[in-house]
Design a protein around this ligand. Structure first.
Ligand SMILES: [Mn+2]
Length: 286
C-alpha cells in the first residue's frame, strides 16, 4: 500500500478458564474488529455470570456501530447503557439485586485507543519491551496505597485486596467510568485480564510471557498455565491484542465465558436462573 492513512487494527485472541476451585465461570471476554473487553461478574446464585454477560453483550454492540462522536464518547455511552440494562434487569427481577461486574474495554479507531475501566480487571501495554499498567484498580487497598496509608508491596497479600470501590451494578458507577486515550503504534501489544490472572501471577512473570511469546494465543496459554500453577482459585480471562498495520479483513467477533454461554439473551437467561433458584427454594417467592 502506498500513501494514504495507516490502517491500524488489533489482531487479538481471547481465552478463559474457570480455574481450579470454581465450578462456574462468571468472567466474560470479547474480541471484535475494533472492540475488546474483559468483564468479571459477581453476585450470589451464579448471577455474576448474568451481570458480566449482559454488560459484555451490550458493550460489544459498539463493534459494528460507531457514532460520529469519536471513540471516547462512544465507549462512555456504551458503559452507561450497559449499566442501565443491569438496572432494568434488576428492576424486573429484584432477586438479581447485588449482581455486578467489572469492565475493562478498549476501542481502536484509526490510531487512537480509548480505554475504560470500572473495577479491578486490568489493561497493560507492552511497547519497546516495557510493560505499563494502563488501568487503575478501583479497590479499597489501591485507594489506601494512593493515599500513602498502605505500602503497595503489601497489596498482593492483603486480606481485603478484592474489595471493590466501584463496579457496574445498575447504580451510577457507569456514569463515572474513567476513559483514557492512547496512541496506537504498530508493534504495541495489549493485555486485558481479570483478577484471576493479575492477583495470582506476578507482573514480572506476565511481562516475560508477553515479551517472549510471538503468537498472542500462545501467550494467553502460557499466562493461564501460570495462573493454574498458582492454584487458580478464580476464573481467569485474557485478551492479548497486537497493533498491526495490514489490509487483512478481521474475522467475526468472538465471545468467551458466560457471555458465550448465556448467548444474546443474557437477560432472558437471568430470568430463567431466577425461576430455577426459586423452584429450588434458594430464593423467596415474592
Ligand atoms: Mn475474578
Amino acid at each position: 500500500m502506498s500513501g494514504g492513512a495507516m490502517a491500524l487494527r488489533i489482531r487479538a485472541c481471547v481465552k478463559t478458564h474457570p480455574g481450579l476451585r470454581r465450578t462456574n465461570n462468571e468472567d466474560s471476554g470479547f474480541i471484535g474488529r475494533r472492540l475488546f473487553l474483559v468483564a468479571d461478574g459477581m453476585g450470589g446464585h451464579d448471577f455474576g455470570e448474568v451481570a458480566s454477560a449482559i454488560v459484555a453483550r451490550t458493550v460489544a454492540y459498539l463493534d459494528d456501530h460507531l457514532s460520529m462522536f469519536g471513540p471516547e464518547r462512544d465507549i462512555c455511552g456504551a458503559v452507561e447503557f450497559a449499566d442501565q440494562r443491569l438496572a432494568r434487569a434488576i428492576e424486573n427481577n429484584p432477586s438479581l439485586s447485588g449482581m455486578g461486574t467489572t469492565l475493562t474495554a478498549m476501542l481502536i479507531h484509526h490510531d487512537t485507543i480509548a480505554l475504560t475501566n470500572v473495577g479491578d480487571s486490568r489493561a497493560y501495554v507492552l511497547r519497546d519491551r516495557e510493560m505499563i499498567q494502563l488501568t487503575h484498580d478501583d479497590t479499597y487497598v489501591q485507594m489506601l496505597a494512593d493515599k500513602g496509608w498502605l505500602d503497595p508491596k503489601l497489596i498482593p497479600q492483603h486480606p481485603q485486596r478484592s474489595v471493590l470501590l466501584r463496579v457496574l451494578r445498575g447504580g451510577d458507577d457507569g456514569t463515572t467510568a474513567e476513559v483514557s486515550l492512547h496512541h496506537a503504534e504498530p508493534g504495541d501489544r495489549y493485555l486485558l485480564c481479570s483478577d484471576g490472572l493479575s492477583d495470582y501471577v506476578a507482573g514480572d512473570a506476565i511481562h516475560k510471557v508477553l515479551a517472549g511469546t510471538k503468537h498472542a494465543g500462545k501467550a494467553i496459554d502460557k499466562l493461564i498455565a501460570l495462573a493454574l500453577k498458582a492454584g487458580a482459585p478464580d476464573n481467569v480471562t485474557c485478551v492479548v491484542g497486537d497493533v498491526v498495520d495490514d489490509d487483512e479483513r478481521p474475522g467475526d467477533g468472538e465471545f468467551v465465558g458466560s457471555a458465550q454461554e448465556l448467548g444474546e439473551g443474557a437477560i432472558e437467561a437471568a430470568e430463567q436462573k431466577v425461576a430455577e433458584a426459586k423452584a429450588a427454594g434458594y430464593l423467596k417467592t415474592a
